[in-house]
Design a protein around this ligand. Structure first.
Ligand SMILES: Cc1cc2nc3c(=O)[nH]c(=O)nc-3n(C[C@H](O)[C@H](O)[C@H](O)COP(=O)(O)OP(=O)(O)OC[C@H]3O[C@@H](n4cnc5c(N)ncnc54)[C@H](O)[C@@H]3O)c2cc1C
Length: 396
């Protein structure tokens, strides 16, 4: 294809190469109206939902990553691998590690930050990123070589923003470890525990999902320690406010998310938890050309709303649409509210539970065997549709 002339086009800069950033960049570039630059500190899109299989070696890490350079090449946007140091909305510019970029339109899609509860260095979280998934795999290997051990998996929330809680992957990784141990015939040599500070973890997914999770843990002999705040983590386990201690040789903990330091340092408007305040159409409060999408943004919606990949993509789609219309001088805008739902195919290693919750309906359906393969199919689809190897299904 001939090189495109971007010199006369508006410059749209997208910060972040996750689900939200990639979706926004694809949407903007597709319009042909912008020179689009995506900035990401890592050079690949990390397919978080399928990294639940990295620790058990059920998937090679290469399959959980999609090269941003290749995504940019086939979708016609530029990729800059660099770190965002500061966002200067007054000057319409972004300061990176190596240069300063000017923009006409900006999409902030930098994801969420991680809090640091006492002793968190003794824990590992799949949500911390690609290296963490590999580290958890290595720690699990170490315990397998030892031939016995205690593994505790849990999650926490953020009292300042209920949407910043991620429980699904904690259950998935527990079920997948259980499945691996059973396949190896060594389940009886390992103690598996689930812990959470809230009395009814998983409640955000709705009563139907909640009614399934407890029995699923029980049927697998997974001990539950819930309902008391966590006071700290140590090398040998977790302490709780009620004075109990859960012993563990390996603690996997997904803390509730918080806003990123770069957002606070840039003086952007945020909610109490540090997430960027936006209007119903993803425009950042007090700005005219800056949008925030995905986990970085303060999500509006029902009390059970949650930061999820499909919501991040719907927000990005809305932002791209709204920027295109703004650049055309048109008033037509779209929002993301109707896409705020919980959609999770909770994988167990040998099957799955499809959980859905919206304002209109909710269900949780057991999908033995096929559930697992649907989720694998989604990973294949996510990679190949973004690489334009086949068409994207509407809304997915
Ligand atoms: C283990 C796991 C399983 C999940 N499973 C599901 C699921 O089944 N279904 C579902 O819908 N959702 C799921 N989610 C949630 C989903 O993955 C997130 O909601 C989604 O990744 C958010 O996308 P994002 O683009 O907003 O943020 P991210 O994916 O976090 O992307 C942020 C991007 O910004 C970049 N970045 C951050 N800071 C800087 C900086 N200073 N400079 C430059 N670049 C920077 C990062 O490198 C990254 O490229 C899961 C999450 C995890 C962790």
């Amino acid at each position: 294809m001939a090189a495109q002339d971007f010199s006369s086009k508006h410059h749209a800069v997208v910060l972040g190469g996750g689900f939200a950033g990639v979706e926004a960049a694809i949407g903007l570039a597709k319009s042909g109206r912008f020179r689009v630059t995506l900035v990401s500190e890592r050079d690949f899109l990390h397919l978080f939902p399928i990294t639940i299989w990295t620790p058990t070696r059920a998937i090679p890490t290469s399959r959980t990553r999609v090269s941003l350079a290749e995504l940019g090449r086939v979708n016609h946007f530029e990729v800059l691998v660099d770190s965002v140091a500061s966002i200067e909305t007054d000057a319409n510019s972004v300061v990176l590690g190596g240069q300063t970029l000017s923009y006409d339109y900006l999409v902030i899609a930098l994801g969420a930050g991680k809090p640091k509860p006492p002793g968190v260095e003794h824990t590992r979280s799949l949500c911390a990123g690609p290296d963490a998934a590999i580290d958890i795999r290595d720690q699990l290997d170490r315990l397998l070589r030892r031939g016995e051990g205690r593994i505790a998996v849990g999650f926490g929330g953020n009292p300042k923003d209920g949407s910043a809680m991620r429980g699904g992957p904690a259950f998935e990784i527990l079920f997948n470890i259980d499945h691996l141990l059973r396949k190896k015939g060594v389940r009886d040599r390992y103690e598996l525990s689930f812990f959470a500070p809230m009395a009814t973890p998983g409640q955000r997914m709705g009563p139907k999902a909640l009614a399934k999770i407890g029995p699923m843990l029980g049927a697998r002999g997974i001990h539950q320690q819930v309902g008391s705040p966590i006071t700290g983590f140590a090398a040998d386990g977790i302490s709780f406010e009620d004075g109990t201690k859960l012993g563990a040789d390996l603690t996997l903990f997904i803390p509730g998310a918080v806003g990123l330091p770069v957002i606070a340092a840039s003086g952007l408007p945020t909610n109490e938890a540090g997430f960027v305040k936006i209007d119903a159409n993803t425009l950042v409060e007090g700005t005219v050309n800056v949008y925030a999408v995905g986990d970085v943004a303060a999500l509006a919606g029902p009390e059970w709303r949650a930061k999820q990949g499909h919501v991040a993509e719907a927000m990005a789609h809305a932002a791209a649409h709204n920027i295109i219309k703004a650049a055309q001088g048109l008033n037509d805008r779209i929002g993301y509210a109707e896409h705020v739902s919980i959609l999770c195919l909770m994988d167990t290693g040998s099957g799955g539970v499809l959980v859905y919750r919206s304002t209109k309906r909710q269900f949780a359906i057991n999908l033995p065997i096929v559930g697992h393969w649907f989720k694998r199919g989604w990973g294949f689809y996510a990679r190949n549709s973004k690489l334009r190897r086949f068409p994207r299904l509407p809304g997915l």
